[in-house]
Design a protein. Structure first.
Length: 568
């Protein structure tokens, strides 16, 4: 009867894992693996965010259907929009004369693709873009009346092209034509070695009467998933809002579609951002400036996140300025912390942030000492295993004792297989006599699981791993091993570790004990090399400590192989 109950529990467990995996696939925008259904019906577009008496204009797109109506009072374009390319030592930016928007950003110190893609390894990574297949742009403008928007033609003042040697800053200035007597002047200040851009908006009123415009800042991108996402792991891509009160709040594209977004709409601090694996963009208003945060669908598969702030009344003949910061760059924690509080959270560790941040700090310190991220990973795992040495020793002692009495348990099960009640009593008596706790090997390991999951997210999220070499054929710790050597080593060490553990008395459980690590190992063939390296190091140290404990307790180092199990 006990065996039947265990079998039923294993079937329930297996089905539960299948269902959880399917839901995880759907959650990450992938097609269901096991239970494909009808395609979801597109949700009704969310009502555009509005402020005062002027609705936020539609975002610029490449097709007429996506452009929406021109805002009231905006003059028609008198000439085709022009693109202006400005270069610093770390950024190559493309501005559009339509609205003075930033429609392109190449990160010159980051390769377009990982080093495993040699055809693109010499090209810079493009974060912002506006082409036939993708849209990801930063836009600003005025609403609340007949004012310039991101669709209003603007003129570049002067002819800046690049930050020259000896210069620490470069200003890029756009001036709009007057709309209803109001002119908008945007000044971007680019600094050497910096990914944060100071943006000043100046409102000049020549209308003959006071005006009270509202300034909007928004990031617009399509909802396409990253090419780096796989069925085995996926990182968050989409809008995010941060406030001191509610902290970091991710906004799923699907929630925007279904009008189910949940984030703090009104605040006087924080930022709005677009987040993806390794990189991010963000608009930051000055602290103390009241703003309304929004996230909305602009058009089919096109989304915007931004903030609207009401400007003080501007008398005729007067002007006012509003300062902000636009960040476009990598998720470098040290850099992000210097721009505004909480911006480092765009590097998303999830619910284990409290553990992940100290682990990243320690990893960075080790890297500063050894100068190689691969060896830094190895040394960090060694330090973690050392910290948990006595906890692991307790678990392995319990496992060794279980392995020592395992032949007696198997003999007893065979002898009493027709009497489950007597079998249970005999087994409990044997545990008491040998002072063995069958769960003693589980709890110490369970305590450590959050630490290793946190380290997993540190390695998966850190842009430092991108194109970072380890040694020999491993030239990029963020990409899978091109020769599959590390995954094979990981599979072998996992099987050795499993062979050192005592077999569960139940044959079905024993088979599952072998099958699950094998399936787990197969997944690692598609994981980044840095993650596989960390797991191999952990496996090798575990095997060494387990063998040492067995030796001290006089338990022979015997491998329990699965062949006999699967013949039955």
């Amino acid at each position: 009867m006990n065996d039947i109950r265990r079998s039923i529990l294993w079937v329930v467990f297996g089905l539960s894992m299948v269902l959880i995996w399917d839901k995880w696939q759907i959650h990450n925008g992938q097609k269901p693996t096991f239970f494909p259904g009808a395609a979801p019906v597109a949700a009704t577009p969310a009502t555009p965010a509005s402020a005062g008496d002027g609705s936020l204009p539609a975002a610029t797109a490449t097709t007429p259907a996506a452009t929406g109506e021109m805002p009231a009072g905006a003059p028609p374009a008198v000439a085709a929009a022009q693109r202006h390319v400005i270069t610093t030592d770390v950024l190559k930016l493309t501005f559009n004369s339509e609205g003075g928007s930033l429609i392109g950003a190449d990160l010159l110190q980051h390769a377009a693709a990982t080093l495993s893609s040699e055809d693109q390894s010499d090209l810079p990574f493009t974060l912002l873009k506006q082409d036939g297949s993708n849209i990801y742009v930063a836009q600003t403008g005025l609403i609340g009346g007949s004012f310039p928007t991101h669709k209003t033609p603007m003129t570049l003042v002067g002819s800046p092209t690049a930050l020259t040697d000896g210069e620490d800053a470069l200003q890029v200035r756009f001036e709009s034509a007057e709309v209803g007597g109001v002119q908008l002047v945007k000044t971007y200040t680019l600094r050497r070695g910096r990914y944060d851009i100071a943006v000043q908006h100046e409102v000049r009123n020549n209308s003959g009467s006071a005006v009270s415009p509202q300034l909007y800042l928004q990031l617009v991108r399509d909802g396409s998933r990253l090419a780096s996402d796989t069925p085995f792991y996926s990182t968050f891509t989409g809008p995010a809002v941060y406030t001191e009160q509610s902290k970091f709040q991710k906004v799923e594209f699907e929630d925007i579609e279904e009008n189910k977004t949940s984030f703090q709409k009104n605040s006087s601090d924080g930022y709005v951002a677009m987040v993806q694996h390794y990189f991010a963009s963000a608009w930051v208003l000055e602290a103390g400036v009241a703003r309304e945060n929004f996230a909305r669908r602009v058009d089919n598969n096109l989304y915007a996140v931004g903030a609207i702030t009401a400007l003080p009344a501007v008398e005729s003949g007067q002007s006012l300025t509003q300062q902000s910061v636009l960040f476009v760059g990598p998720q470098d924690e040290k850099l992000l912390q210097t721009i505004t509080p909480g911006l480092e959270l765009v590097k998303d560790y999830g619910w284990l942030t409290i553990l992940a941040k100290p682990l990243y700090w320690l990893l960075e310190k080790i890297h500063g000492f050894v100068g190689n991220w691969g060896w830094a990973i190895v040394l960090l795992v060694v330090l973690i295993k050392a910290a948990f040495y006595w906890l692991n020793a307790s678990a392995y002692r319990s496992m060794a004792k279980m392995k020592k009495i395992n032949p007696r348990i198997m003999e007893m099960r065979e002898r009493l297989k027709g009497n489950p009640q007597a079998m249970q009593q005999e087994m409990m008596k044997m545990y008491r006599e040998e002072k063995v706790n069958p769960l003693g090997g589980c709890f110490p390991i369970l305590i450590q699981i959050p630490v290793f999951i946190a380290l997993y997210w540190v390695l998966l999220s850190s842009v430092e791993m991108r194109n970072a070499p380890w040694m020999a054929w491993i030239t990029d710790l963020s990409s899978p091993d091109p020769w599959y050597i590390l995954p094979l080593v990981m599979a072998v060490t996992t099987m050795i570790q499993t062979a050192l553990n005592p077999l569960p008395p139940d044959p079905l459980q024993a088979k599952m004990m072998w099958l699950m690590p094998l399936m787990f190992s197969v997944m690692f063939f598609f994981f980044p090399s840095g993650l596989v390296l960390y797991w191999i190091t952990n496996n090798i140290l575990t095997i060494a400590q387990q063998a040492h404990i067995n030796s001290r307790l006089g338990v022979p180092l015997k491998f329990t192989m699965p062949f006999d199990l699967f013949k039955k």
